[in-house]
Design a binder for this molecule. Sequence first.
Ligand SMILES: Cc1cc2nc3c(=O)[nH]c(=O)nc-3n(C[C@H](O)[C@H](O)[C@H](O)COP(=O)(O)OP(=O)(O)OC[C@H]3O[C@@H](n4cnc5c(N)ncnc54)[C@H](O)[C@@H]3O)c2cc1C
Length: 330
Amino acid sequence: MRAFELYDATSVSQAVDLLRQHGDRAVKVLGGGSDLVGGMMKDWVHGKGLPFPDVLIDLTTIKELTAIKVDGGSVTVGAAVTLSDVIDNKDIQSRFPVQAAQSVASPLIRNFGTLGGNINQRPRCWFFRGEDFNCYKKGGDFCYAVTGDNRYHAIIGGELCYIVHPSDTATALLALDAKAKITGVGGSRDVAFDSYFIGPREDVLRENVLKPNEFMTHVEIPNPASGTKFGWTKLKDRQVYDFALTSVAAVFTLDGNSWKDGRITLGGVSPVPYRAKVVEDALKGKDIKANVKQAAAQIRTVARPMSLNAYKVDLAQGLIERTILDALGN
Ligand SMILES: Cc1cc2nc3c(=O)[nH]c(=O)nc-3n(C[C@H](O)[C@H](O)[C@H](O)COP(=O)(O)OP(=O)(O)OC[C@H]3O[C@@H](n4cnc5c(N)ncnc54)[C@H](O)[C@@H]3O)c2cc1C
């Protein structure tokens, strides 16, 4: 493995200073390191558009970022909180289910993998991760999934590059209408998850709006309205820990038996966690049980499968229907 410098930041302002100080080098912030060090760096994933990191800034040594805070209207989770601590937190459990976080990887990885690291992890596309493929995401000029084995690739929103977003928590947090708190050399800002993730057309080298000199400090999740229904389903290729072939999060409120308001989001189908507005629109104001089948089928209108992954369209349709019915308790 190539040598790099590691800095244990002790405050957010020190981390920002380090980013400023090393601005002319390849700098990355570090959570648990399960993807950045254990995956990307040890597997030598790099290219013209993806330089090997010279400097890592550890965020897990910043106390403020390892805390979970509750105020009147929301829960704010530090980006360096481990997934296990998210799952075990009583304030979180009393507001929303934690199934999506529980479905990530294995207990060992959840014990040191952080929320910020999970949301900002790089894609698992085997061409991107494979050292023989200089794809768009590494600064190359080809997507090998177009002509190669694309069974796990995008069926919605793939353009240029056909990765799928790998994060289970990102899919669930989009359904919960969460917000990312960002800080960096240019100051701080809040970005709703609706706008946090970006597709390949916007910038094929990144998956989110973070600039190289910025990082996520917290995730803020608004308290759900009373009576909110929640559902989560994740389908994997194998029964041990694995990434989602397709996952669905459903968060919605009811007016009698009808859909009042809410979100349906999908993981494993698109370069970004995908909000299925076509399904939401088909349910708006309507009796859910009577309309769920036809609403779930709307996902077909936005799907553009590749040569080997049309099966995911059927999966997505079936899982949307099942997740909504599960949320209703059926
Ligand atoms: C075998 C295996 C199975 C897995 N299965 C799943 C799965 O089923 N579902 C799933 O969702 N994930 C899965 N993962 C991914 C795993 O959950 C992530 O590797 C982990 O959550 C990343 O957390 P980390 O803190 O170790 O991140 P790191 O490796 O430290 O960082 C990951 C990336 O995020 C960036 N980053 C970290 N923190 C921040 C921050 N605060 N702001 C901005 N950028 C940041 C880093 O620079 C890096 O690019 C799996 C991983 C493995 C190895």
